[in-house]
Design a protein around this ligand. Structure first.
Ligand SMILES: Cc1ncc(COP(=O)(O)O)c(C=O)c1O
Length: 397
């Protein structure tokens, strides 16, 4: 039977990673892959995570099945992390969180639940968005529609065009929003834009589906949660997929959660039961290890303080790499303006250079960047910034 199958092409980012690995040049630089790297180019295990792992070794008495919703402590603590301990939604009875295999698993379970509730709902995604949103959510059955998000010519959110399109979204459709640190553009909604979208959701009757994969990497744990906290205050229904891959550095442990807010507690219980039945059909139960670590960290004052300090270091390092890159290429002889890089948030921004310039960077200098010109700012460090800016200034001439 397998002779009927055709090979599927490699994801362009994975292809770029393979080409990078095969490149024997010593000075090569990877600005493509979407993981955090420290100043030595490593993606280390956070010290707080290591401490939690040591604690878990002592505390863990069984590897028996945990249950479809995962660890109840993790779910409760994730809710507090997302909304803040004092948010009124926590005592409203209208919210439920279920552990999921990473942000991707959370997005998929959320999408399947929405499909069951409203099979004809369309999903509106900003252009551009994280490329995997389309297959991940589209294959749950959504018809995908687009709204303009980023203007490459001005390096800003295309606010007027975005609002104009969102004003046409029919009641019952879903609108995908990035909670913070927009991937791939780094351009986040301002508080005012979040408020305007909430106004439109109330007016039109569409429902936001928020993907928050970088809480704490933009402007801080609370600041990065503005949109979802405000929407949880104002809207009757909301779906939030969250990931601990980046802010806890737990990538391969597949740790995330899917959160539903419904009009009342009976409804949210039904939604949660549907989410669990979907999880049961796909993977049965989420992996435990990462969630147990997050739960231990968030439930212990000292571990939590250590983790927050480490996360803050990550956030500030990315910010300083943004400033460093901007200042070192801003004076280029072609007069190209890169000031947006310094102002944007999270790991990614578009360089906005031509594909010929991108190719020269790869071929001549061994600097690997994905074709959209999205760069991972965390791939820059004190050892390679000189080389990157020299190479950039050469190709920009
Ligand atoms: C915007 C966005 N959402 C979701 C994810 C998925 O994260 P996870 O690795 O936890 O599945 C990513 C990962 O890069 C992302 O950038």
């Amino acid at each position: 039977m397998f002779e009927t199958l055709k090979p599927v092409g490699m994801d362009p980012i994975l292809g770029l990673m393979a080409a990078f690995r095969a490149d024997s040049r010593e000075q090569k630089v990877d600005l493509g892959v979407g993981v955090y790297q420290d100043d030595r180019g490593r993606t280390p295990v956070m010290t707080s995570v290591k401490e939690a792992e040591a604690k878990l070794m002592e505390l863990e008495l069984t590897k028996s099945y945990q249950g479809i919703a995962g660890d109840p402590d993790y779910n409760a603590r994730m809710l507090q992390l997302l909304f803040g301990a004092d948010h009124s939604i926590l005592s409203s009875g209208r919210v439920k969180t279920i552990q999921a295999p990473g942000g991707s698993g959370a997005l998929r379970v959320g999408a399947e639940v929405i499909q069951r509730a409203t099979p004809n709902a369309k999903l509106w995604v900003g252009v551009p968005t994280w490329p995997n949103h389309i297959p991940l959510l589209g294959s749950a059955g959504f018809e995908i529609k687009e709204y303009p998000y980023y203007n490459l010519a001005t390096d800003e959110i295309n606010s007027d065009a975005m609002m104009e399109t969102l004003r046409q979204v029919p009641a019952g459709d879903m609108v995908l929003l990035h909670g913070c640190c927009h991937n791939p553009t780094g351009a986040d909604l301002s508080h005012e834009q979040w408020d305007q979208i909430a106004d439109l959701a109330l007016e039109r009757g569409f429902i936001p589906f928020i993907d928050t994969a970088y809480q704490g990497l933009g402007n801080g744990l609370n600041e990065d949660a503005y949109g979802m906290r405000m929407m949880a205050d104002r809207l009757p229904e909301l779906v939030i997929a969250s990931s601990c891959s980046k802010n806890f550095g737990l990538y391969r442990e597949r740790t995330g959660s899917i959160t539903f807010i419904a009009e009342n507690s009976q409804q949210v219980d039904i939604v949660a039961s549907q989410a669990m039945s979907i999880a049961r059909q796909i993977y049965s139960m989420p992996p435990a290890h990462g969630a147990l670590l997050v739960s231990l960290i968030l439930g212990d004052d000292q571990l939590r303080a250590n983790w927050q300090a480490e996360l803050e270091e990550v956030r500030l390092r990315i910010k300083s790499m943004r400033s460093l890159l901007t200042s070192s290429i801003q004076g280029n002889s072609a007069g190209v303006d890169f000031s947006h890089i310094e102002q944007q948030n999270g790991m990614f921004s578009f360089l906005g250079i031509s594909s010929a310039q991108l190719e020269r960077l790869r071929e001549e200098f061994g600097i690997y960047i994905v074709s959209s010109t999205r760069v991972n700012l965390a791939g820059i460090n004190s050892s390679n910034i000189g080389y990157i800016s020299e190479s950039m200034n050469t190709v920009l001439k």
